[in-house]
Design a protein around this ligand. Sequence first.
Ligand SMILES: Nc1nc2c(ncn2[C@@H]2O[C@H](COP(=O)(O)OP(=O)(O)OP(=O)(O)O)[C@@H](O)[C@H]2O)c(=O)[nH]1
Length: 185
Amino acid sequence: MIYRHTAVIDGDVVHFEILDTAGQEEDSLQIEEKIKWGDGFAVVYSVTDRCSFDEVMRLCFLINHIHASPKRSSGSDQPPVVIVGNKKDLQFDRMVSSEDGENLSKALKYPFYEISTRDSYEETVMVFNTLYHELMRQGHFSPGSFKRKTVSKLMEKIPRMHANSTLNSGGRSLSFNSFRDYIPE
Ligand SMILES: Nc1nc2c(ncn2[C@@H]2O[C@H](COP(=O)(O)OP(=O)(O)OP(=O)(O)O)[C@@H](O)[C@H]2O)c(=O)[nH]1
């Protein structure tokens, strides 16, 4: 699923397209195609799941490897990545300490946040704002200038959903009406 979400950041209207990947269920070709499509990456693990944390390093390596090009010669020119430890509200089920997350992000030189998508909308917004600011800082895009590259057949097949719509399928209900709260009057 690709979620479309519009926000106002630093006075600019920003249209996000957020691809929620299926994680470990995907084959390597699909992952590669999706990584090529992305301009910035939130690599999310659960603090209650050590295996998801162990995947972070591999995914960061893949992102850098797939986006490596002669034009992008310096490390600072790699696509922005934020490492996110989710579910920090589940204190008693924790399997990954904050220190582990911080150490990994320091080693990889990426920003790091521990968040709870259940408890805090603001923390989730912060992740996407950080990616946006980093993209702007790198100077490849300026607000309003960005146009998506031609996309592959696989990416065209992925359904799009606007952030202020509601999906009901298989007993799950995802409501994103609260995103509207983020857009100033
Ligand atoms: N307590 C708590 N539960 C959460 C939080 N974030 C997600 N969950 C729950 O964790 C479960 C998995 O969430 P998903 O959003 O499906 O996670 P995912 O990584 O997309 O999972 P895949 O579908 O396997 O890719 C759901 O039951 C969510 O309600 C959080 O911050 N705190």
